[in-house]
Design a protein around this ligand. Structure first.
Ligand code: NAD
Length: 489
């Protein structure tokens, strides 16, 4: 049974850590990224007292300051709307604060080593407890175990904080630490597909140790997401409500494994271990789970946030090139939304940044009621092409690459987006027009499940990193863009 929250969804994020860790800067960046308000407890106390903390210490003593601090933290935690709260370095000394954080917040330790912290704060003159280096180091050694004892997660940069808030661990070699990364104590069932199980099931089993009670190997690809395969999986599971499912594989495995967890015994916890590029930057993250039924792909599903996502970029080493290209389309999409050429980075960095970008959007909007729609950049055109091709050709990745091309062409015309970004997409993804029926694709464009009120809504880019969504195009504009993606008559 999971007794502590593993993510910050719907909860305040409290940033704890030693002075000089950078909690104020990180906190305000994190609040901006997640669309939350930011409370800097020290700054609030200074504002209310009308005097700097060093003077409160000098005039009223540390114990008086700690009382002010406790009260201000309590008030911040009582607010309903989840915020980001930067705590002062000594705030966790108070038992009542530790208890209140446990109850109402997800606490992230902002790590800093003592040398860096001293370098940052010494000489600044505004830190009452940073007078001499020896006592600074002693205080650091005393406080570190308190921070660690209270924190739900740790980070040392903005992406790390976002990943921690969404319960995502990205690290080379993480598969071998699966045992410690799967939260709680319950039994575990491992779900995988034939390909991935053949390569990684032994390592996963070894890492899970005695907790593993069963392994379920699904067929490869969309076959795993049929109703029959889903039903078989549910029939085979023998877990109890406090147990967990671990889904190890590409997007098909995490989609069906997550949906099985969402529905088995009215919902049990699950851990997503994405092994494909699509999975690591997209499908394995964000809590959308689904299976296919005859009337459509992903038509039955649930939002069910994984208790942990374990992303090991080393696993991409065995991914076939064709599958890597599928993932590159989603990755380029993320880079365009983030305004950063993520595709130029080495794998580990590329995956970490891309996962963090998706998380900053989905933590903000877990149920797709607003900004999450931006993740559909290029996808409305893509779905139309896939439907016209009867989900045979183009593949999803090829269709997304073409869809991005259409979205960027329109964005260049409408908003003056720098054509260099369009060129970059052409170079990296090399999308080729597909031979599908033009009229079928045109009809499908209006049937996309994202269509609201009968007209398709599009995501475009005003500039790299500046998506706009809910855009309606004129029929001419949409038809011209769609026709430009299709070859032949
Ligand atoms: N839930 C979401 O938010 C979301 C988002 C995007 C896509 N999806 C879904 O994801 C699915 C596509 O995911 P996918 O592209 O990962 O497909 P997939 O799960 O079929 O994996 C692709 C292929 O790669 C193999 N594979 C995976 N990891 C491997 C590895 N490390 N080494 C060797 N082989 C490996 C698989 O066995 C499979 O043959 C679709 O069903 C789509 O609807 C879901």
């Amino acid at each position: 049974m999971i007794t502590r929250p593993t993510n910050a969804l719907g909860r305040h994020i409290a940033l704890a850590g030693f002075m000089g860790a950078g909690k104020t800067t990180l906190g305000s960046d994190l609040a901006l990224a997640l669309g939350r308000s930011f409370v800097d407890v020290d700054a609030e106390i200074e504002r209310e007292a009308g005097t700097p903390i060093a003077e409160i210490f000098a005039a009223r003593g540390e114990s008086e300051f700690r009382l002010l601090e406790e009260r201000r933290i309590r008030e911040a935690l009582e607010a309903c709307e989840p915020a980001v709260i930067a705590l002062g370095g000594g705030a966790l000394g108070a038992e009542s604060t530790r208890n209140a954080l446990r109850e109402r917040a997800f606490t992230i330790l902002v790590e800093v080593d003592v040398d860096k912290a001293w370098h940052r704060v010494s000489g600044a003159g505004n830190r009452p407890l940073a007078g001499d280096e020896a006592s600074f180091r002693k205080l650091y050694a005393e406080r570190l175990p308190v921070y660690r004892g209270c924190a739900d997660a740790a980070c040392s940069d903005l992406d790390g904080a976002i990943l921690a808030a969404g319960a995502v661990e990205v690290a080379a070699g993480a598969l071998s630490r699966l045992g410690e990364l799967v939260p709680a104590e319950g039994n575990v069932s491992l779900i995988s597909d034939e390909n991935v199980a053949a390569i990684y099931a032994d390592a996963a089993k070894q890492a899970l140790g005695d907790r593993l009670v069963s392994t379920h190997v699904l067929p490869v690809g969309e076959e795993a997401k049929t109703f029959a395969s889903f039903q078989r999986l549910l029939e085979d599971l023998t877990l109890e409500r406090g147990d967990l499912v671990v889904a190890l594989g590409g997007g098909c495995v995490t989609d069906v494994g997550g949906f099985a967890a969402a529905t088995y015994m009215r919902g049990i916890a699950w851990v997503s271990v994405p092994t494909s590029l699509v999975g690591q930057v997209d499908a394995g993250i964000g809590g959308k789970t689904a299976i296919n039924i005859e009337s459509g792909k992903n038509l039955v599903g649930a939002f069910h946030w994984p208790a942990r996502v374990v992303v090991d970029p080393d696993l991409l080493g065995t991914l076939p090139e064709k599958e890597r290209r599928e993932g590159m389309a989603e990755l380029v999409k993320t880079g365009l939304l983030a305004g950063e050429k993520l595709w130029e980075l080495p794998d580990a960095k590329m995956v970490r940044k891309s996962a963090a970008y998706k998380l900053r959007v989905v933590v903000r909007d877990p149920h797709e009621r607003g900004v999450r729609a931006t993740l559909n950049l290029g996808h409305t055109f893509a779905h139309a092409l896939e439907t016209a091709g009867a989900y045979g050709s183009p593949s999803h990745g090829e269709a997304v690459a073409l869809g991005l091309l259409a979205a960027l062409r329109i964005s260049t015309q409408r908003y003056g987006l720098d054509p260099a970004w369009l060129q970059a997409v052409e170079e990296v993804l090399a999308p080729q027009p597909v031979a599908v029926d033009r009229d079928l694709a045109w009809t499908a464009l209006f049937r996309d499940k994202k269509v609201a009120g009968g007209r398709p809504k599009f995501v475009l880019l005003e500039a790299p990193g500046k998506p706009v969504w809910g855009v309606e195009l004129s029929e001419d504009e949409a038809r011209q863009a769609l026709d430009g993606l299709i070859s032949g008559p």
